[in-house]
Design a binder for this molecule. Sequence first.
Ligand code: FAD
Length: 442
Amino acid sequence: MSSTIVIGAGISGLSFAHFSKKPCIVLEKEETAGGLCRSVIQNGFTFDASGHFLHLHHGWTERLVRKLLDDNLAAIRRNSAIFTNRTFVPYPFQANLYHLPTKIKKECLLSFIERPSPVNADANFLQWSHATFGSGITRHFMQPYNEKLWTVSARRLTADWTAPFVPKPSLADLIEGALTDRTKQFGYNTRFFYPAHGGIQALVNALGRKKNIRYNTNVRAINIKNKYVETNAGDRLHFDTLVSTQPLYQLLDSINGLPAAITTAREKLDWNSVTCINLGVRRATRAPVAGGRHWVYFPEKEYPFYRAGVYSNILPSLAPRGCASFYIETSRRPGKRASLEELYERARKGLLKCGFLGAADRIETIQFADIPCAYVIYDKHRAAAVETIQKFLAAHNIHSIGRYGAWKYSFMEESITNAATLADREGQDEGEIVGILNNPSP
Ligand SMILES: Cc1cc2nc3c(=O)[nH]c(=O)nc-3n(C[C@H](O)[C@H](O)[C@H](O)COP(=O)(O)OP(=O)(O)OC[C@H]3O[C@@H](n4cnc5c(N)ncnc54)[C@H](O)[C@@H]3O)c2cc1C
């Protein structure tokens, strides 16, 4: 009988196991499932490893999530903003210039009208942003925000990740958004979903039910010639098909005897790291935190975080009565990070400065989630390196999937759809998924 091994019980590995009709075994190095979709409940606060919200674009993924979570699912209309010049600009920045000082608004509008002609596919992000939005929107939001998030220069970043993530309003939309305080919603996530109870962990728990998962099992080495994985316990497990969801560079580092071309491609992979600081706070007032917004982007250097979210504005049940709960995201180059105390202190000062925290609010609990591999860097090397590596792996019947396995900027829904597609392609799911995939929502 052929054997399939899955590395990782995150949403990708569990989705593959869910859709696979052939038996498979999931090896997970931690003692619980979830990967980045883990939640913890601490002092009555429910925290994720940074807010994890379901942006569902296909009818079949929405049906799947509804089936898995039954009635434990809330649908929420997005309320997000950018904090800049000491004011909130509704997301997306480029479509809501009305809220900015007149001088900046004028600069953004004029430079949009006078923007340079469209650029080639190989233009860097800075060139793309100038050609798409003009120099004003680039200078006041696109460049500072993206350099803070990705931790590399906008000249090094490519623009091939922007299509689903960066809304491109027309001139008419831009003008309307500069003249009026309108409510029109733009972007990929105007409505999102989240478990009513239990954090995002509720979804992975439902996906992982009745699956064959071996916890505390770290795949340390992979022998591609004799087709087995070796675990921390020293076990050798044979595979015909290996599905890996760990970061691509870690997968390669565990394979012995890589060809030189693959080692070279591996060296081209780059990424950033993120620390998420979760805070539970007893509020001194009843006024809504951040005006009730769900999450806010911070392009300015004086704030150490690139995004701050308020779980309790999304669902009040995520925090005890009279309390608010936050997730604060800071990014860095991989490697050494500041101490958690230092990160917390900087974040606390930033939150006080922008008014998310009041001087009389009391911090009740703090929780940290460190994400060593958080965002894959899109530079001119990424696409070719990933193609070379994936071809090599496929020749050995190894499939590297998920946000970090496929080495891309993607969300949970894509993890589910890619895993389902692979399960289908592997012939492990006779027909069912083909039916689902051919029947997208209206
Ligand atoms: C800051 C941040 C915020 C995000 N917010 C959202 C959001 O709001 N909405 C959204 O849809 N997506 C969001 N995402 C993306 C989302 O986290 C990913 O798309 C998704 O979690 C990827 O799941 P995965 O299973 O592919 O990988 P992972 O979650 O990384 O799972 C991989 C699993 O493999 C295990 N593993 C690794 N190495 C080994 C080994 N050698 N042996 C055994 N097990 C191993 C790990 O422990 C882990 O459990 C966010 C990501 C980040 C970084």
